[in-house]
Design a protein around this ligand. Structure first.
Ligand SMILES: [Zn+2]
Length: 568
């Protein structure tokens, strides 16, 4: 993305105005404040600064610029946020290269087609008594089918095809959009026929694809859109658009498997629910949820497939740093059956009895727990699950808890865990982006004071900075050209990674605690060169030892002289 265009958009869109469209901001000194939309809180720690054009929450440490806000709040990708804001600001985006342009045009055409299809099927439902009776039979009342924009695809071969053609869509778009199939004998026919239609939207409400439930006699109860330029099953959650507010308000997401399960849960009065559009939750879906919630409770069937999907889901949630819970349905019931048979109140009571994943695991293996073989098998499976937790402290707590629950020795469990970890191929660690207080002060000073930045650039060798996150930040700050007026703004433009942006926003909001900036910087530079000298001395010492062993006296004398100079 062209940085000039980003700067132009940033100039034209006022961050206070933008965020005011989503949250009630109140002025407080230089900043505007609100209750943070990204975590639950009673006192506002979400700050927006107009002159710096950034936002930052001191509670959950989320932050960034206008683009970051839309990405976090609306679940947009960076490119989507740019396009949306460019539109709002009246900035023309430069044309991309033709392949990308074609793909974008196709996605747009499919989106238009999906909109038409959804409307076509909605009016199909209004016209068809049989389909409405079917929904009534499944206790889906009118407000619910309206909320989820349900439709009905007629029992006909070319109903949608003809509607789309007369609206001006070509065969190619219909094929690429996955809504029709080509006949071997020429011509096309509708993929969805005699089915209740569920539009699958993304977080912004755009229809990406469809699911269809047959209402007549057929072997295939459900079919979904095939993968298209717009529809990628593992990356979407059914119902997330309707659930967004409730997810954010509660901080919890309930995840069910199917469309009717989701609608049954909503009918029972629980709005913060999404469906995973398949059996097991994918990492992409978990990351989508993480934008809105910190806790996820899985409500899957109790058959074998449901249990293994739940355990797989737990793994994914743990690895995405979400707190997994599992709700145990009675045998042979899915949420839809349960609500219909027992009513909303009983369902809500059951949901309230969520268990953590270790209890779930123990319950699943209840019968195996009796003998040694069974118990060690449960232990292994539990350790596998805990192995997905990235945070070391949390992992340790889980191990302790698990040993207690299983009534096994904690030491044996930790030893077994260490063994399992060694066996597993280690992924390279993500670079940490956290800075210490002193490091943060230094970076902040360098951003605020161009003269100090120039001095630091001359004096400090980045190789001598031991902390990785600090070095990465200095590298970034050192990119600010001499004479740049607003280093903060410049850096926000350069930083692409969301975590770096958030940390940066935190720095820009920071009231530096250091009394005298010059003194602090000078002290820091001295300590940097001190540790650099020390490292050089250690290096020379190793070389001296080597030369001594080889009996190279000339080299030894030489190196000793260098070392003396260094220390002196
Ligand atoms: Zn927050």
């Amino acid at each position: 993305m062209n940085t000039d265009v980003l700067a132009e958009i940033r100039e034209k869109v006022d961050i206070v105005e933008l965020i005011s469209g989503y949250l009630p901001l109140k002025r407080s000194g230089d900043n505007y404040r609100a209750l943070c939309p990204f975590h639950n809180e009673k006192k506002p720690s979400f700050n927006v600064n107009r002159s710096k054009q950034i936002f930052y929450c001191f509670g959950c440490k989320k932050g960034g610029d206008i683009f970051s806000f839309l990405m976090l709040h609306e679940g947009l990708s960076f490119a989507e946020a740019v396009r949306y804001l460019a539109d709002r600001a009246g900035v023309t985006l430069p044309a991309r290269h033709s392949g990308q342009e074609r793909q974008r045009a196709l996605r747009e055409k499919i989106a238009d087609l999906n909109r038409l299809a959804a409307a076509h099927w909605r009016s199909g439902l209004a016209k068809c008594d049989r389909a409405r009776r079917y929904l009534q039979g499944r206790q889906v009342a009118q407000p619910l089918w309206e909320r989820f924009a349900l439709g009905y695809a007629a029992d006909a071969w070319t109903s949608l095809y003809e509607a789309a053609k007369s609206a001006g869509f070509d065969d190619e778009t219909l094929l690429q959009g996955g809504l029709v199939k080509a006949r071997e004998t020429g011509g096309y026919y509708d993929l969805f026929r005699d089915r209740i239609m569920f539009p699958i939207t993304d977080g912004t409400g755009k229809v990406r694809g469809f699911g269809g439930r047959a209402i007549g006699e057929t072997d295939i109860k459900y079919i979904n859109s095939p993968e298209t330029a717009l529809y990628h099953k593992g990356g979407l959650l059914y119902g997330v658009y309707q659930a967004k507010e409730a997810l954010r308000r509660t901080g919890v997401a309930y995840v069910v498997e199917g469309y009717f399960d989701l609608i049954a849960v909503v009918a029972a009065g629980i709005d913060n629910v999404v469906a995973s559009l398949g059996t097991a939750l994918t990492e992409e879906q978990a990351r989508l949820l993480r934008r809105h919630v910190s806790r996820v409770a899985l409500i899957y069937d109790t058959d074998e497939a449901g249990i293994s999907a739940a355990l797989r889901g737990v793994e994914v949630l743990l690895s995405c740093d979400l707190v997994p819970k599992v709700i145990r349905l009675p045998a042979d019931k899915d949420p839809d059956d349960f609500v219909r048979a027992k009513g909303a109140e009983k369902f809500r009571a059951m949901v309230a009895e969520e268990v953590d994943f270790l209890d779930f695991l123990l319950a699943v293996y209840e019968t195996d727990k009796a003998d040694v073989e069974g118990r060690t098998a449960v232990a292994r499976r539990g350790l596998e699950l805990i192995g997905n937790v990235k945070d070391e402290l949390k992992r340790s707590e889980y191990l302790k808890l698990f040993a207690e629950k299983l009534d096994m020795s904690e030491r044996a469990m930790r030893a077994e865990f260490a063994k399992a970890v060694r066996k597993r191929k280690q992924e390279p660690e993500q670079p940490q982006r956290r800075l210490s207080e002193v490091e943060a002060d230094v970076v902040k000073l360098l951003i605020d004071r161009p003269d100090l930045l120039e001095q630091a650039r001359r004096t400090v060798r980045l190789d001598d900075v031991a902390s990785t996150s600090f070095r990465q930040f200095l590298e970034l700050v050192f990119l600010v050209p001499n004479g740049e007026e607003d280093a903060g703004e410049y850096l926000m433009r350069r930083a692409t990674d969301p975590e770096t942006r958030a940390t940066l926003a935190g720095l820009l909001m920071r009231e530096t605690s250091v009394e005298s900036a010059d003194k602090a910087i000078a002290e820091w530079m001295r300590s940097v060169s001190r540790s650099a000298r020390q490292r050089k001395a250690e290096q020379l010492q190793r070389e001296i030892q080597l030369a001594e062993r080889q009996g190279d006296t000339t080299a030894v004398t030489n190196l000793l002289k260098q070392k003396a100079e260094l220390v002196g």
